[in-house]
Design a protein. Structure first.
Length: 674
């Protein structure tokens, strides 16, 4: 699938000189030179129809040789400028956990709009240069914007050879034009090492990705240079490089060491995602972040502020980089060649609570670390009052949230925090990944009445657990999870499942796969998520209503992540009788389905229609059809209802059901006749 998505930006640039000789070349001239029909040329330039690779290459060569460009509306007839910039975005950079590149995408669109330019996002299906050649040949855009630069990047070579204006987030090789803006990854990590060393930590380790990308290599080099700067022999510190598949196991092994001096006191990481992973594993091992273990991240993403305690992280100035990238590209459009060197933008270290006030471990009488929940709540309020202050002295609430780094959860949490801050509440955020973490947080918050109220987001609670709140006199409101007798805000997931399946059935699909979460135990034994199971019920109801027999082989359940969903989708697509459509129980899982289809060469939506659920930010950029639920509104409504409860008001209705809607985009289409 290749999508072009334009941001809604108004305005245009003034007309320039008319095109000369190239304007006189016709599509028939190109067809004659390439030895193909006129329709074939049109198909190549518009990215439509079926064209063989050899014919496509001949057409593009003829277009370049003749200098042909089609007439795109009145403005293109009058001017060589189109008022559009193309951002070439690999599929991988739109994965849900890639917060920085999602922010960069938004920042580029905003920077382009401020200069009256539309931004066209290009998500290539295969070799990105094929789509770039088409845009160059058709003169659809004035300049290209690139990111994720690799050594001797072939995209840069193509643009340089074509004389096409471009600018990059990330450095080009010395032999290529230096139209780039970047940060100094090495220097940023040196700063992080100096920071933890200055807090008194001497056993410092580095955890980063084994990716082969130059920025990950630079961060490792920065760690080693930082050790040299603070006088720590490199041999006394460990560098742990991980893949997504083995990260949890490798980091757990590092943190579980019991020999004296074997476990690090501080870990400098190469990404906020790895830092968040360390938080979860440390909680399982009863290590207190900021006391028993200092942690730094890299990115300065939203997750850094939402982690508890807050994460010290290298902050990438995404907005400034985007502004400069767009400006560099447009300078070339206006003035021609740009011989100025690349620009380095400073990435600062944003301090959080994860590196503590200094290395002075405090242990209880058993010489074991305190539970994370106890430290987290006390530490956040240490400047205002004792940890066990009487309830009501300062208005405070806690947000218990599951799997905080998932995109849908981040949106809910951010909107809830905004409302609580506006209402004057101090807020503790507790991330819950396991039943044990949930129970530790409840034990920390409720018996001491450390908070006035709790907002539980995507966290089902048993009747006994709800009773604990009543006994402690702590108000409770739930979002995205049912809880008997508790004010709650949510959606009808069964109806949402029917909506998604009905959309596919209405397009003529009969073999429809489902990819969702595996069944989980109910509280208190498990976390008890039911959203995916309810969406599966809606899917089954829709099939039955349409007279379609449900097939167990078309339903695949597993852990909630894009990689697992991709594996399940690949199994379905490789089967003797593959489905023509797949309903994924979340957009995260739908993105995994799209990735699997891409790897197997299954065109979307021509051969496979894909629909997700949630409408996270990435869905629109990928052209993903989905069932939209009001994520931002649900978090805000939950927070408002908690505030009302704390004022002595009873929220009405007790169960607030928010609307959902189908959003049809380019990932779904009519079933093709075989």
């Amino acid at each position: 699938m290749c999508g072009l998505y334009g941001e809604a930006v108004t305005g245009s640039l003034s007309d320039q000189a008319r095109a000369a000789n190239a304007d006189q070349v016709t599509i028939q001239d190109v067809a004659r030179a390439a030895g193909v029909g006129r329709q074939t040329v049109s198909n190549v330039l518009n990215g439509s129809g079926r064209v063989g690779e050899a014919a496509r290459a001949r057409v593009l060569d003829a277009v370049a040789a003749l200098g042909y460009h089609p007439h795109h509306g009145a403005r293109s007839l009058r001017s060589r400028r189109t008022g559009q910039l193309a951002y070439v975005l690999p599929h991988a950079l739109l994965m849900p956990n890639n917060y920085i590149m999602q922010r960069f995408l938004q920042a580029l669109a905003a920077a382009s709009g401020r200069l009256s330019y539309n931004m066209v996002v290009v998500v290539p299906d295969g070799d990105p240069r094929d789509e770039m050649r088409r845009l160059i040949a058709s003169r659809t855009v004035d300049a290209f914007l690139l990111s994720d630069l690799q050594s001797d990047d072939s995209r840069v070579a193509l643009l340089a050879d074509a004389g096409m204006p471009f600018a990059c987030f990330g450095r080009t090789s010395p032999a290529q034009p230096q139209h780039w803006v970047d940060i100094d990854n090495r220097a940023a990590v040196v700063t992080a090492v100096e920071h933890v060393a200055g807090r008194g930590y001497t056993r410092v380790a580095f955890v980063g990705y084994r990716s082969g990308s130059h920025w990950d290599d630079e961060r490792v080099a920065g760690f080693r240079a930082g050790l040299t700067r603070v006088g720590v022999p490199a041999g006394e510190s460990e560098v742990l490089l991980v893949d997504e598949a083995d990260a949890q196991q490798e980091i757990r092994s590092l943190l579980s060491r019991t020999q004296p001096g074997a476990r690090p006191e501080a870990i400098v990481t190469g990404s906020d995602r790895l830092a968040a992973m360390i938080y979860g594993l440390a909680a399982d091992l009863r290590l207190r972040i900021g006391r028993d273990l200092a942690v730094t991240g890299f990115d300065g993403s939203l997750a850094a502020d939402l982690l508890h305690p807050t994460l010290t992280s290298v902050s990438i100035p995404v907005d400034e980089i985007a502004e400069r990238v767009v400006a560099r590209a447009l300078r070339q459009v206006s003035d021609g060649s740009d011989e100025s060197p690349g620009e380095v933008v400073e990435a600062s270290l944003r301090l959080g609570q994860s590196t503590g006030a200094g290395h002075a471990p405090v242990r209880d009488e058993s010489n074991a670390p305190l539970p994370l929940g106890q430290f987290a709540a006390a530490d956040l309020h240490r400047k205002t009052a004792p940890a066990a202050r009487p309830r009501g002295v300062a208005r405070s609430v806690a947000v218990l949230v599951t799997h905080m780094t998932r995109p849908s959860v981040v949106v809910r949490l951010a909107s809830a925090l905004a409302v609580l801050a506006e209402q004057g509440y101090e807020t503790i955020v507790c991330n819950v990944g396991t039943p044990a973490e949930r129970d530790r947080h409840l034990d920390s918050l409720l018996p001491t009445r450390r908070v006035d109220g709790v907002l539980a987001i995507s966290l089902p609670l048993s009747g006994a657990q709800v009773a604990q709140f009543a006994l402690a006199g702590v108000a409770l409101v739930s979002v995205d999870a049912a809880a008997a007798g508790v004010p709650q805000t949510g959606i009808d997931n069964v109806a949402g499942g029917r909506l998604a399946a009905d959309h596919l059935i209405g397009l003529g699909h009969r073999r429809i796969g489902f990819i969702g979460d595996m069944a989980v135990a109910k509280p208190p034994a498990g976390l008890g998520f039911t959203s995916s199971a309810n969406r599966l019920r809606g899917y089954a109801d829709a099939l039955a209503a349409a007279g379609i027999e449900a097939e167990a082989a078309l339903v695949r359940l597993g852990p909630h992540d894009a990689a697992t969903a991709a594996e399940h989708a690949a199994q379905l697509l490789k089967s003797p009788d593959p489905p023509s459509a797949i309903f994924a129980a979340s957009d995260t899982q739908a993105i995994g389905v799209l990735a699997a289809a891409d790897r197997l060469g299954v065109p979307v939506p021509d051969q496979l229609s894909v629909i997700g659920f949630d409408d996270i930010e990435s869905a629109a950029f990928l052209g993903l059809s989905t069932v939209r639920q009001p994520l931002e509104r649900s978090g805000a409504e939950g927070a408002r209802r908690l505030c009302a409860l704390l004022r002595g008001e009873q929220p009405v209705p007790q169960r607030q059901q928010l609307p959902i809607e189908l959003v049809a985009r380019t990932s779904t289409g009519p079933r093709r006749a075989l």
